[in-house]
Design a protein around this ligand. Structure first.
Ligand code: KG4
Ligand code: ZN
Length: 347
């Protein structure tokens, strides 16, 4: 058994967890959403300061509620990439300090690998290979999980991430921040077929479309134009119908690409990770399409879809049990491809 204390501070959640392989001993998440709401989005400097204020208290809380003492911890981990540099630095520096003080191995973890590992927390018997659809505020990717730590990116967004599109559309409709949960709730009362919106196909030079890549910035612009047109015509904007149509377009676009990818690569399982994995439209479309094609689709529980440290600890425990550790000289990276995960470890 490998037990790890993990810290996640890549964006606007300060989180600490203690994980024994794929089992959660404790998991604390403090969201900063209410602090950033007044600005309509995450303010990086404010995020770093909030992490600094809450982190030490959360480490104490995580230790206490796990019922473990420091002698039972085998390693300390923190998200080191990708994310906001200042925010990442707070968690990484705290993890390195704890590793030095308690004479324990230190591990840096890739945030997106964490989102992939979130599924293991609810499905401990899952093993690669499988396809992972990662849909968060900063990323939208289809990842072929070939083995532990071995990833190949098969498809991604060419512009806005799925969560970013939800946030931007919510902002232009003045619905508040973060947009995903607000739109998801409002869409339940609207007609998803009310407006035809572009799904964001990527043309290929020789003709046809890319089967796995997508684009959401055109969709966001189409929503803006639709609203402007309705207002110009003096009509009342049917907000629920607009967001239901928008959500349905994103859900269908992601579903189509994920199913095509899994079938073409002969993968029978699709896992979904990241904040947008909480979306009810995506869950409905993907589940229906997967069962039609005899594929298994696994959504982590909602608390592990959005940012948390349990998923980071789960990835770190796997690496540590395979003998991998990071040097204390490891820095943070605002951008780092999942294909480069093994560069974080020295053995
Ligand atoms: O994974 P996450 O917590 O943070 C990042 O790593 O980005 O994802 C946050 C994103 C936000 O854009 C938020 O609007 C979106 O996930 N989100 C949702 C839902 N809940 C959160 N999007 C659609 N439907 C939801 N129910
Ligand atoms: Zn995330």
């Amino acid at each position: 058994m490998t037990t790890v204390l993990a810290i996640e501070t890549s964006c606007d959640e300060t989180a600490v967890a203690i994980i024994k392989n794929r089992e959660v001993c404790s998991s604390i998440v403090a969201s900063q959403i209410s602090v950033h709401q007044q600005y309509g989005g995450v303010v990086p400097e404010v995020a770093s300061r909030q992490h600094l204020e809450t982190l030490n208290y959360e480490i104490e809380q995580a230790m206490e509620s796990s019922g473990l003492d420091w002698g039972q911890i085998d390693g300390i981990a923190a998200t080191c990439a990708p994310g906001l540099v200042g925010a990442l630095l707070v968690g990484l520096t705290a993890a390195k300090t704890l590793a030095i003080v308690h004479d324990l191995p230190f591990l840096g973890v890739h945030h997106l690998e964490g989102h992939i590992y979130a599924t293991y927390l609810s499905e401990p018997s899952l093993n690669p290979p499988f396809l992972s659809l990662l849909v968060s505020g900063g990323h939208t990717s289809l990842i072929y999980v070939k083995d532990y730590g071995i990833y190949e990116t098969l498809g991604e967004t060419r512009d806005d991430a799925a969560g970013e599109a939800f946030d931007k559309v919510a902002r232009l409709l003045k619905l508040g921040y973060p947009g995903g949960p607000i739109i998801d709730k409002l869409a339940q009362t609207g007609n998803p077929q009310a407006f035809a919106l572009p799904e964001g196909k990527i043309s290929l030079p020789g003709g046809g479309y890319h089967p796995y890549d997508c684009s959401f910035s055109g969709l966001k612009t189409a929503v803006l134009r639709l609203v402007q047109q309705l207002e110009k015509e003096g009509k009342e904007v049917p907000i629920a119908d607009v967001v239901a149509s928008f959500q349905d377009t994103i859900a269908r676009s992601l579903t189509k690409r994920a199913i095509a990818c899994a079938r073409n690569y002969g993968l029978d399982t699709i896992t979904v990770g990241g904040g947008v994995a909480a979306n009810s439209g995506l869950r409905k479309h993907l589940q229906a399409a997967a069962s039609k094609h005899n594929l298994r689709v696994l959504f982590p529980p909602l608390k592990f879809c959005t940012d948390n440290a349990a998923m980071i600890g789960c990835a770190a425990a796997e690496h540590l049990s395979l003998g991998r550790t990071s040097p204390l000289t490891l820095g943070v990276h605002s951008r780092l491809s999942l294909n480069q995960v093994m560069q974080l470890y020295e053995n």
